[in-house]
Design a protein around this ligand. Structure first.
Ligand code: PRT
Ligand code: MG
Length: 205
């Protein structure tokens, strides 16, 4: 038996067609049900659909053998107990520093509002810049507007959210996409089965 953890929300839309091409499908009836563990067309594979940030946690602890999650989420979680197998090239966006157009980001200690605490710290520290991180769980764009922070670190796709709040993208921290991850113990014990799937997914990317 293999269990695959998928992120609900925006990644799911792009994940399902990718799995389908590799021969794994979940019926509309299963997807619409309130079940948390979903059956697939294959008896030996079950799928769980959970919050994006919980995917690496389930995989780390072996509650799921495989998972699909954004690189942003994986960077925050750390590599503990999970291997990244492949870049699926879906749900692409950029992790960026953004601020008001007239903001000076090079003087004194920067106040940075973000949900990506680890990534933001690592980025500014690597440049020798002093920062105070303010952890938020959403609506980061509000922080510079109300004077809570000098800048934000957030994901940017079209840039429309920034523009709507009179903010501009300033520095690129990292390009983001979704990755297939595996529990490190499962990778040993279920190696041939997992490799079969890896090949099927790779062949259809
Ligand atoms: O809602 P919940 O707390 O459960 O989780 P979540 O909000 O993290 O999940 P969800 O469904 O939003 O999916 C998040 C995952 O999608 C991230 O982990 C990324 O890997 C990926 N992804 C790709 C994005 C974006 N693009 C994206 N643009 N996640 C979020 N955004 C947000 C961004 O934070 C900002 O608010 O979209 C807004 C910017 O978009 P543009 O197009 O206006 O620039
Ligand atoms: Mg969301």
């Amino acid at each position: 038996m293999l269990t695959i953890a998928l992120s609900k929300g925006r990644i799911l839309e792009q994940t399902l067609p990718l799995l389908e091409k590799a021969g794994l499908s979940i019926s509309e009836k299963e997807l619409q049900s309130r079940k948390l563990v979903l059956d697939t067309n294959l008896d030996e594979i079950k799928v769980i659909i959970i919050r994006a940030s919980d995917v690496p946690v389930f995989v780390q602890h072996g509650a799921a053998d495989l998972g699909i999650a954004g690189k942003d989420v994986l960077l925050e979680h750390g590599a503990n107990g999970v291997f990244e197998l492949i870049d699926l090239g879906i749900s692409k966006c950029k992790l960026m520093v953004a601020s008001k157009p007239d903001q000076d980001l090079n003087e004194g200690t920067l106040k940075v509002a973000t949900k990506y605490v680890k990534s933001a710290k690592a980025y500014f520290h690597s440049q020798g810049r002093q920062v105070e991180i303010i952890k938020l769980s959403g609506a980061m764009e509000l922080a510079p507007i109300v004077g809570l922070a000098d800048c934000i670190v957030d994901l940017v796709d079209t840039g429309n959210t920034l523009k709507a709040n009179n903010l501009i993208p300033i520095e690129l921290i990292q390009n983001i996409s979704s990755r297939l991850i595996v529990n490190s113990a499962s990778f040993n014990t279920k190696h041939s089965k997992i490799n079969d799937w890896l090949d099927k997914i790779k062949d259809n990317l």
